[in-house]
Write a protein that binds this ligand. Sequence first.
Ligand SMILES: Cc1cc2nc3c(=O)[nH]c(=O)nc-3n(C[C@H](O)[C@H](O)[C@H](O)COP(=O)(O)O)c2cc1C
Length: 464
Amino acid sequence: MMSRTEPMILSAFTEAGSSTINHLSWLYPSNDPQFSSPRFWTHLARTLDEGGFDLLFFDDRLAMPGVYEGSVEPAVRNGARVVKFDLLGILSLVAGCTSRLGLGATYSTTYYSPYHVARAFATLDHMSEGRAAWNIVTSLNQNEADNFGVSEIVPHDERYDRAEEFVEIVTGLWDSWDEDAVVDDRIRRIFADPKSVHELNYHGTYWSARGPLTVPRSPQRWPLLLQAGQSGRGMTFGARWGDMIFFNPGANVVRPGQDLVAAQRTYAEIAGHMAAAGREPESFRLLPPVFTVVAESDELAREKHRLLTAAPSLEMGLIVMSEVMNFDFGAVSPDTPITDELLAACSSRGLLESKVKVLDPEGTGTVTVRDVCSYSGLGNGHNFVGTGPAVADELQEWFEERGCDGFAFTATHLPGGYEDFVRLVIPELRRRCVVPDVPERGPLRQRLGFDRRFQQSPVQRAES
Ligand SMILES: Cc1cc2nc3c(=O)[nH]c(=O)nc-3n(C[C@H](O)[C@H](O)[C@H](O)COP(=O)(O)O)c2cc1C
């Protein structure tokens, strides 16, 4: 008996490059290596669109990993997040061959400008008939700063202060054309009513923009806003702006096998931030990133999982960890214990601490860099492994027990990881009425039931 009436949200979460979030995926014989070909992306998007996914969402990083050993050489050799296409190029391509799939891209509030982001996403929203989504990130990495000629990364909380102003401008610009502004009156020679197109005249501490935007009101008015801040400041920001929040329950895992409990705890924590910000529960959705390995039999699925995780790469783990932590783990022995001093040198201390906590719940202080960096799994996120019905059972349990409102599925390899899911799991979810049999069409925001408070933009709009 279904205890929830709203459908489970199915998002694909991958990278616009040579690997998935499972950075070893390019090594698998069944992984398609043609990532530079348009057909690779159109096939992937059609698979998701026709299969019943709600969203294709790309992460991003504006630099190759170059912190480990102070060089990009190990990353290039290992194929560690070194190919990153511009996301909106790919999403514009696939908008034309899909009809209901949401199209999500990560764009940085630190290295892009608000006007540029507002225009790019409003354009994608028009070209996809209301399916654009923006994952708002503040960017945390020194390599990114180096690529944009910034000598030092902006401190953590200040990045979010800048992001608040950034999003105020972006949403203000999206609101700068009223819905009925274009009149196209050829007799009176009036293209658009000047009273319906507004300057913004925003002057903040960090950003300014005059407006109006050069793109008329888009089908969703505001493309869907995605956010994944995990710190207190990040969650407050997400609680103000996010429609869909991605969260990592890792910090709340205290015992192996307790992932659902951790997800429930993190869900309750974020829902608390939302309530404190005055948000109604139906105005947001919370999704954890997860992997699924699914096959026709349980033995086959377990064997696939074993093969996918059989060749861990310590170096891959060290490269990726060094990038996220802004600390060169090549400068210390892998057998160094993770002490307070080491934690203090890392820029995402909380993330590393949470990994240490999972490995050493008693706090014995014996966890080493090798333990944390050994790339023994598919990446961050719970692994659901089994037959279609078994995986559907678990997903349904997480959903109904309020561990989440849906999932950001990170594929083991492309396109097979998603093809298996569409073939074996989605029919099971449909049979249980967890997702609709015939998915709705129309603008993403409306289709997913986001009851956004559109009555007043947070920016005081200056009438022109
Ligand atoms: C599912 C998920 C996806 C994320 N995608 C990106 C990304 O594409 N680019 C990025 O710079 N950060 C990404 N992040 C990092 C977050 O935006 C955030 O910076 C990080 O979780 C640390 O939280 P904090 O910023 O509140 O300290 C992602 C995090 C999660 C959980």
